[in-house]
Design a protein around this ligand. Structure first.
Ligand SMILES: [Ca+2]
Length: 295
């Protein structure tokens, strides 16, 4: 049957190709028949594509935005190939390199997240993807930063932590405006990555010095994960004043999901919560939302 003949012919061609590779790779220390011995073909037929024709970017922490890179091999031989993703500063991408084995006729699909800090000038940017002799340009539109009219001083501010349990519990989840513990696990809360080790810390750095007189902390507290069992039980609230950290509140023996700490307002350049213990035992730090107010 013609179909069978074609398949046989193709199989022979693949075998012949493998033989050539085996000979080619004979001098190499690694076994030639493994995929690792497949060289990048001299005449690659790589393809680049995307699921969207442009990306809209909101310059806020934890914004979910980006594109699906489609990295293909239109050639008749498997190759190892690299795709380089370049974003103009201050934009960042979750991956700047996709390095993959691409069977003949195969297209790899990779999700690429695009982020921008809140201070990014709004306007048009271009992400460039290169692979072999292929090049793809993807327009990016950065939207204006949102106006913070919440009174919450840490909303949209840069946040960092001693460690992050990624990808589901990033530090930015603690300042994303969502206090609902039912959303735990879908990037609305911070969980550290050093199980069994305290203290941990979560920090927000202000754009400019600001008077802070109250800090509200929402620890994990849902029907499934009640605070009395899974939430933070002890932490210190610290303000950076004149370059030095000062402890302005201490919370101990907590079993509630929300704790508001009020203190004499101070003009601070940063705010830090140093976590000390969890009701579950010596496990993790879990903060669903952190908020700060003038009073
Ligand atoms: Ca949150």
């Amino acid at each position: 049957m013609p179909k069978t003949s074609h398949m046989v012919a193709r199989a022979v061609a693949v075998a012949a190709s493998a033989l050539v590779l085996a000979v080619f790779g004979a001098a190499a220390p690694a076994p030639a028949a493994t995929p690792a011995a497949v060289p990048a073909a001299a005449a690659q037929q790589l393809t680049l594509g995307s699921d969207v024709d442009h990306v809209d970017v909101d310059p806020v922490p934890c914004a979910v935005q980006g594109f699906q890179l489609r990295f293909g091999n239109a050639g008749s031989s498997a190759v190892y190939a690299d795709a380089f993703i370049d974003a103009p500063a201050p934009l960042t991408v979750s991956r700047s390199l996709v390095s993959s084995y691409l069977p003949a006729g195969y297209t790899l699909k990779v999700e690429i997240d695009v982020s921008a800090p809140r201070t990014t000038p709004p306007g048009a940017y271009t992400i460039t993807v290169r692979a072999g002799d292929q090049r793809m340009s993807l327009p990016v539109q950065v939207e204006p930063a949102p106006v913070n009219d919440t009174g919450n001083l840490v909303r949209y501010m840069p946040v960092s932590a001693s460690s992050e349990n990624l990808p589901h519990y990033p530090a930015c989840g603690a300042v994303d405006g969502d206090r609902d513990s039912a959303d735990w696990g879908v990037t609305t809360g911070w969980n550290d990555a050093t199980k069994g080790s305290f203290p941990d810390w979560l920090q927000v750095t202000f754009d400019a010095p600001v008077a802070v007189g109250r800090v509200d902390l929402y620890t994990l507290d849902s029907a499934k994960y009640p605070a009395a069992r899974y939430g933070l039980s002890a932490w210190d609230v610290e303000l950076q004043v004149g370059g030095a950290w000062q402890t302005v509140a201490q919370v101990r023996d907590n079993t509630a999901g929300e704790v508001s700490s009020a203190f004499a307002a101070q003009t601070a350049t940063a705010l830090r919560v140093v976590t000390l213990a969890n009701n579950e035992g010596v496990t993790y730090s879990r903060v669903v939302e952190l908020e700060a107010y003038a009073s």
